[in-house]
Design a protein around this ligand. Structure first.
Ligand code: ADP
Length: 238
């Protein structure tokens, strides 16, 4: 069973002389509980891959399955529900709402999905707790460090049993210590069953993933299972 499956997915933007082939015959699978890192130069198709995986855009050809459901045969409403209930996004610039506390930011997706305020708040607090942020729940974003803000964004992405986490350079705006923490948190979410696709430029950060794919000119050119992530390297040093 896979949480995300792309079968021969291609994406073409524009036409004629302005045609851009952003993805070419990309096939990949991400199982529950695993983290896939996507690396590649700027313009290689990484963001396109994430937006298509998250059903925010349709492929020009090929199939996308989320939780074994073929997006092509779903209505717009069903896709919107699937996005709300199963898919969480984390962006480089966090996108937290400044007028809401950490807890309110995290529970917002559930409230928007019709969950009662109290239940949504409880789930939000659990998600924050899981990311080591229980004592920051009442803080507003401007009272949090960059690393904490990004962890709140991760909590918001996994709140209420979301099972597919899509992250576009989630550590891009952070210093190396905080970037490492963010990858560790995504890794921890995966240990609890979440499937994650994480775009990163940084090979050291990519080594947190169970698998790394390299993409160039819209094509997957290499797949590597890192022999040893940072945790096992640290274990060897001891
Ligand atoms: P990356 O995330 O690796 O930097 P993108 O997926 O953003 O790459 O872009 C892949 C290619 O598709 C680039 O050539 C980009 O210019 C093009 N592209 C992305 N989005 C659009 C769009 N909405 N319209 C036209 N071209 C696009």
């Amino acid at each position: 069973m896979s949480m995300l499956e792309l079968r021969q997915v291609s994406k073409v933007y524009g036409h004629g002389a302005a045609e851009v082939r952003a993805l070419r015959d990309v096939s990949l699978e991400v199982a529950p509980g695993t983290m896939l890192a996507v690396m590649g130069p700027s313009g290689s198709g990484k963001s396109t891959l994430l937006t298509i995986a998250g059903s925010l855009e349709e492929p020009s050809s090929g199939q996308v399955l989320v939780a074994n459901q073929d997006l092509a045969v779903m209505s717009r409403n069903d896709k919107a529900r699937l996005r709300r209930q199963l898919v969480g996004y984390v962006f480089q610039d966090f996108n937290l709402l400044p007028g809401l506390t950490a807890a309110e930011n995290v529970s917002l997706p559930l409230e928007l999905d019709g969950v009662r305020a109290r239940k949504a708040r409880e789930a939000g607090l659990r998600a924050l707790d899981g990311l080591g942020l229980a004592d920051r729940a009442s803080n507003y974003p401007d009272q949090l460090s960059g690393g904490e803000r990004q962890r709140v964004a991760i909590a918001r992405a996994v709140v209420g049993d979301r099972q597919l986490l899509l992250a576009d350079e989630p550590s891009g705006a952070l210093d190396s210590g905080n970037a490492e923490t963010v990858m560790r948190m995504i890794h921890a979410a995966c240990r609890q069953g979440v499937a994650a696709v994480v775009v990163t430029h940084d090979a050291q950060l990519a080594s947190w993933a169970d698998r790394v794919v390299f993409i160039r000119d819209g094509r997957i050119v290499d797949q590597t299972a890192p022999a040893a992530g940072p945790e096992s390297l640290l274990a060897q040093e001891r």
